[in-house]
Design a protein around this ligand. Sequence first.
Ligand SMILES: NC(=O)c1ccc[n+]([C@@H]2O[C@H](COP(=O)([O-])OP(=O)(O)OC[C@H]3O[C@@H](n4cnc5c(N)ncnc54)[C@H](O)[C@@H]3O)[C@@H](O)[C@H]2O)c1
Ligand SMILES: Nc1ncnc2c1ncn2CC[C@H](O)C(=O)O
Length: 471
Amino acid sequence: DSIPNDDFRVADISLADWGRREIDIAEQEMPGLMATREKYGPQKPLQGVRIMGSLHMTIQTAVLIETLTALGADVRWASCNIFSTQDHAAAAIARAGVPVFAWKGETLEEYWWCTLRAMTWPNGSTPQLIVDDGGDATLLMHMGFGGEEDPSRLAAATDNKEQQVIKRLLQEVQQADEGFWHRAVAQWRGVSEETTTGVHRLYHMQKDGSLLVPAINVNDSVTKSKFDNVYGCRHSLVDGICRAMDVMLAGKTAMICGFGDVGKGSADSLAGQKCRILVSEVDPICALQACMAGYTVCRVEDALKTADIFVTTTGNRDIITAEHMSGMKDQAIVCNIGHFDNEIEVDRLNKWPGITKVQVKPQVDKYTFPDGHCIYLLAEGRLVNLGCATGHPSFVMSNSFTNQVLAQIDLWQNRETRQVGVATLDKKLDEEVARLHLDKLGAVLTEMSQEQADYIGVPVDGPYKTDHYRY
Ligand SMILES: NC(=O)c1ccc[n+]([C@@H]2O[C@H](COP(=O)([O-])OP(=O)(O)OC[C@H]3O[C@@H](n4cnc5c(N)ncnc54)[C@H](O)[C@@H]3O)[C@@H](O)[C@H]2O)c1
Ligand SMILES: Nc1ncnc2c1ncn2CC[C@H](O)C(=O)O
């Protein structure tokens, strides 16, 4: 059980030493973050800044947190997924004195309670900056603010369980302190968003005029999305499926839904294990890319009788329906590596007439349909690499998180002038992040002569590409 405490809540604080030992290893694999501590540590650019994070509480995130505190920040943290916390990482961070509210296997009510606690300092103050992953912290701030503008918004009925949980929590806050969210937004200077789905949410709010603060889209730094989303998933998808099912992958047929950054890495992950790869796509360009990779492009419904493994990677909803699962091969494995669990119709699966569900082990559920065939759903449709394994390894997360730290510094240093809206980091910073990670791999860069630089029209020291260049 989690251990109640005045200003942190983790599963088991006695795991802290184990967490610390693994953080020590991770630091050796995260040169970008360690270089950022060395470069910016002395000047403490985030001195005293209240930063709240809503981002998977993993060993890698622990190194991010301790980089932010090394730069002077006053940090509080929650995870952005009910299954993604690594309890020994949370324990180590709590032991280091950072208020963290996260444990693997939170209920939805506990998840949103953790998010609110991470947002609320003991003296009642709230974050000046947010590090968000998927946009749940940004959502809570905006829904809270909106609920104070118009309380009927919180009273509006919804059949979505998570929305019900959030609205109940916000009504409790409103009863306790009706001006809380207006004061919170008045203190809030910006948010840096980690992932594709969270960035979609930000652009949507920018477009409908509801965005309340400046935001930096970290996902679209090349050294984030073309690394974490691709190579991180290539590494951690197969890890998640193997830890969950320990099934022989070679020779089996895998259906990858979506062939964007995550889909490309996911397809390579299972192709690397000699699976036959099918791909579904709505975008003809990505579909053509899948063909060029030698994969078969078809629809989910075309694969039901042939695919042994289904992986959703779209950031969209209802990709694998309950009907799809009712028509799948016996023993099919179904999982999602997109940010939210709505890619698979889990609620409708649970309500399917005559369905039976048996938990094989945590995050592995066996569903048997009335006709006798069964499917295995991993991590209840939540992102399988963090729910069934430990997510991406440290080196690739160092690229993502170095962008996060640079974004937090940028948001704070430009807080007086930056406009409300969504921006990305400069290409020079993107190239600097890549540069920080080359030595670790023994890469030796070539330097252009001035004549060469002039010939291709770029500065000798970069930026080396135009803003519209596609890597
Ligand atoms: N689990 C992880 O470690 C991890 C890491 C990075 C990103 N993500 C998440 O993964 C998701 C995908 O991210 P991305 O960067 O690859 O996005 P992306 O936009 O590059 O790719 C998504 C692809 O899905 C396709 N798609 C959309 N609807 C579809 C449908 N109905 N059927 C088939 N294809 C469809 C799109 O055309 C697009 O090519 C997001 O939710 C993102 O937040 C997860
Ligand atoms: N090890 C990890 N620590 C923190 N975040 C991680 C890790 N592995 C993947 N991610 C990113 C998840 C992705 O950004 C998402 O949440 O959609």
